[in-house]
Every structure is written in C-alpha cells, then in structure tokens.
Design a protein around this ligand. Structure first.
Ligand code: KG4
Ligand code: ZN
Length: 346
C-alpha cells in the first residue's frame, strides 16, 4: 500500500530536531523537497570534553532555537502562516535536549493552530533516503548506523518497520568515537578514523569480527573496542610502536565487514533488491565503497544519503512527519520527550 497526498495541494512542514548536539530546523515541501535545512552544530563546544555533555547541549539549544527557526523561514522564503504542520523529534535522545525542540514545536503548533507530529529520530534517519532518492519507495532493507543506534530494518511500507537486528552493546558510531578517543584523535571520531584509514593497511592487524550466533542479525562492537585497547596497551608495554593509520584502517574494516555482510544477507533473505543505509556512519567512505561492491555483486540497488543528510538534520524529520501526517497521525500538545523511544512505537 502506498499513501497518497489526496489534498492535491502543497503541504509545508516545519521540522525541529534537537535530540543531541545539533540544533536544526527545516522547511520541507510535500515530504521530499527541502526548502531549507539549517543546522547549527555544537561539535566545537563539546570537543574539549571528548563527547557530548547533556547539560551544555540543552543550554545551547535554548540559546539557538529561535534564531534557527527564523533562519529556516527566511531561507525557505515562507512565513509562519504558510505552514501546514510542525514535525518534531521526541525521542530517542537526550531528554533535556529533546525538550527544547519539543517545547518550541508545541508553542508554534498551538499559536498557529496547526497539527503537531511527533517523530522518532531513527525513523527520521531512514527517511533521509526519501529526500535524496525521489524515486525510492518501500519495501526495502535499511541499515541505520549512527552514534546512538545500529539497526537492520525491513521497511515494509511508510512507517511500517520490522526490526531484524540491532546492537547488543555499543552503536557503530559509538565504537568509532571510543576507539578514536583511545588513539587520542579527538571528537567525533568517525570522520577522523575514516580519513586516516585511507592511508593505513586494513589487513595490518587482525581484529575480531563479531557475527554472533549463526543467523543472527544483531551486532556487538564492545568486544572489538576492547580488542583495540588491548592491542594498544600490549604494543606500548612491549616498547613497540604502532601506526595510527593501520590501527584505524584495521578497526574500520572489522566494523564495516560485519555491517555489509549482515545487510546483504538480510536483502537476500527478504528478497529485497534495494538496500539503503542511513545515520552518521553512513557517511563513512570505506563502508560506502564495500557496500557498493557487494551490492553490485548481488544485483542489489544501493542507496545512501548525501553526507549532510546522514548526520543529524531536521529535513529528515520533516520527511518522516509528512508521511505520518498523510496517515492521519497527530500528537497531543501534552506530548513528552521519550529518551529511549523504540523504532515502530509511536
Ligand atoms: O546520526 P548522527 O549525527 O547522530 C546520532 O543520531 O547518533 O551520528 C553521529 C555519529 C558519530 O558517532 C560519528 O563519529 C559518526 O556518526 N560518523 C562517522 C562518520 N561521520 C560521522 N562514522 C564513521 N565514518 C564517518 N565518516
Ligand atoms: Zn541521529
């Protein structure tokens, strides 16, 4: 079943995303046309702490949000009165950070007397592919790999998800960030490791690949993280040196081989000829290269969003909100933040 916009008029969504360390507001037309996608990143603020400090993040969102809302309207050349609905991330994420976006969205929905749509952040990541690939329609298999989540999902229809597997411990991006930290590389670690990997030998160190029980689509990255730490400590204790580039490349290869093999297996088992990746780690060039190769070998169409739509942004939330809106989903003004919201739970 596909849902259709019966209203035959343009639907303008303002979307607000504040679940972690990006304050972002977008204006999206008919779900897939991005009129503006303003992203104010707090990365420089959190860098000195080696990760996101929740209290600092909430305070910065409060400082920024009204400015970013205004900027998104100006860039899109629309005014409040043109908006048909407001979409907002209400979970998962940091509770204090989520509440900033949620409070602003509720105030706007109330004042403008338009529907409020609560969006699941992970669902937003998946929808980034709808913006990038205008022809993309469910069903397909998607791999969501971000700083907080690693999910392998069968997208059966708009808003209909069968979760095939998820991480049992660290998310893929979290593993990148933690390994980068132990190598003294700074935050966020993913893009730095990605860049260093290009200069390293991915076969230099044989780090473990966690496939778990046969047939499982779950992931686990904490063992790999410990293996990297042990390698670094043992090498130092022996008074030997290691090449940071080789550690980065070998670690990255361990992560991406497991991600790629499980995603391809899911496509075959579900008879899907489309695989879409999403989330911050979907920006990883090593992952994109290997996934592209394996998809070609298996006659699977491989989709990924542009880098700006991989990491947190409000346009992807606007897209998810649009499909919820067409399905008739409306949130109450009492909607609360749900820090551990699961995919598929409205
Ligand atoms: O999707 P995202 O912006 O936020 C969450 O919802 O978590 O993802 C951020 C994560 C961070 O862990 C970051 O290190 C990782 O995505 N990341 C990457 C790359 N760019 C961002 N990981 C690997 N390679 C990259 N190029
Ligand atoms: Zn995210």
């Amino acid at each position: 079943m596909s849902i259709i916009n019966d209203e035959k008029k343009d639907i303008l969504t303002m979307a607000i995303e504040t679940s972690c360390d990006e304050t972002s507001v977008a204006i999206v037309k008919n779900g897939r046309e991005v009129l503006s996608n303003v992203i104010s990143s707090q990365i420089n603020l959190h860098k000195k702490f080696g990760g996101v400090v929740p209290e600092v993040a909430s305070r910065k969102h409060i400082e920024n949000i009204n400015l970013i809302i205004q900027q998104s309207l100006e860039e899109a050349k629309v005014s409040f009165s043109n908006l048909n609905n407001i979409g907002v991330t209400y979970g998962p994420g940091l509770v204090g950070a989520l509440l900033v976006g949620l409070s602003s969205a509720k105030a706007l929905a109330y004042a403008l007397d338009i529907p409020l749509i609560g969006v699941n952040h992970i669902e937003g990541h998946i929808c980034a592919n709808f913006i990038e690939h205008k022809e993309l329609k469910p069903p397909f298999i998607t791999l969501v790999v971000s700083g907080g989540h690693t999910h392998l999902v069968h997208v059966k229809d708009y808003g209909e998800y069968e979760i095939l597997g998820r991480t049992r411990d660290d998310a893929a991006g979290e593993a990148f960030d933690k390994v980068a930290r132990s190598l003294g590389l700074g935050y966020p670690g993913g893009p730095i490791i990605d860049k260093l990997s290009k200069k390293g030998n991915k076969e230099a160190i044989d780090f473990p690949r966690a496939y778990l029980e046969s047939g499982s689509y779950d992931f686990s990255f904490s063992g790999l993280k410990s293996a990297v730490l042990n390698y670094l400590n043992n090498t130092k204790q022996r008074g030997e040196k290691y090449l940071v580039e080789d550690v980065a490349a070998s670690f990255q290869q361990s992560v991406i081989e497991v991600l790629v093999n499980k995603a391809i297996k899911a496509c075959k088992e579900k008879n899907s000829d489309i695989l879409a990746i999403a989330g911050g780690v979907a920006a990883n060039e090593g992952l994109r290269r290997l996934m592209d190769k394996k998809c070609k070998e298996n006659n699977i169409k491989f989709k990924y969003p542009s880098k700006v739509l991989c990491t947190d942004n409000a346009a992807m939330i606007g897209c998810a909100a649009y499909y919820d809106y067409l399905k008739g989903y409306r949130a109450e003004l009492s909607l609360n933040a749900v820090p551990n919201l699961k995919l598929g739970n409205k």
